[in-house]
Write a protein that binds this ligand. Sequence first.
Ligand code: NAD
Length: 225
Amino acid sequence: MEIIVLTGAGVSAESGIPTFRGNNGLWENHRIEDVASPEGWERNPQLVLQFYNERRKKIAEAQPNAAHYALAELEKKHTVKIITQNIDDLHERAGSKNVMHLHGEIFKSRSIKNETVNYDCPGDINIGDIAPDGFQLRPHIVWFGEMVPMMETATHMMHTAEIVLVIGTSMVVYPAASLLYFATPFSTKYIINPEIPEMQKTKNLIFIQKNAGEGVKEIVERLME
Ligand code: NAD
């Protein structure tokens, strides 16, 4: 069976990486527009680099949780494709092989002039760190207001899904939130979130009002039978 998994910040919450909508719209005490927008970068690139340097360290110390491991286990029986909004690498570290990062990856960097080439980035990026093309390096993260280059591929992936799991996403960050509606009406769609997101009506929608750790394990056990 082909299973598409859409994940957001909530899937990593039990690994100790905070979501931001649960924190008055702040991301680790910063306004989103200051640290995750092209305007924020123009205003204060130093602050933006420091913010992601801190996130990178915290994410490196975090460990995958039961939800990440259960999704990796699901690959033993099914074709599983994960489309994540997360910038962390916890799906990969849990063993998932097919992971697409819609909003970029914290352990990659790119030049401010070229979004198509990215580089491994295990440590800090500082002002004056230059990419091979001679321009300043920045995190390989899609900020609010920037294009989501993987969106078209992700949309096509949805068409063939027989089951869709939507885990830990508030379904308010567009265009990622629109992906669910590209799945066929015949596919079964499970929404796993302790707070059921407000969303458009669509066929075959099943809500599981639980934390990712518990809810995903439950669904995966069912799908492995
Ligand atoms: P969000 O912060 O808008 O919403 C998080 C959702 O997770 C909420 O609906 C909340 O109810 C749910 N949630 C909280 N705890 C949960 C748990 N234990 N189990 C399951 N669900 C839980 O997140 P979003 O919709 O993914 O939008 C996030 C944007 O923020 C993305 O673009 C992403 O790049 C960025 N972000 C990423 C990370 C990360 O990489 N881990 C962390 C914070 C923010």
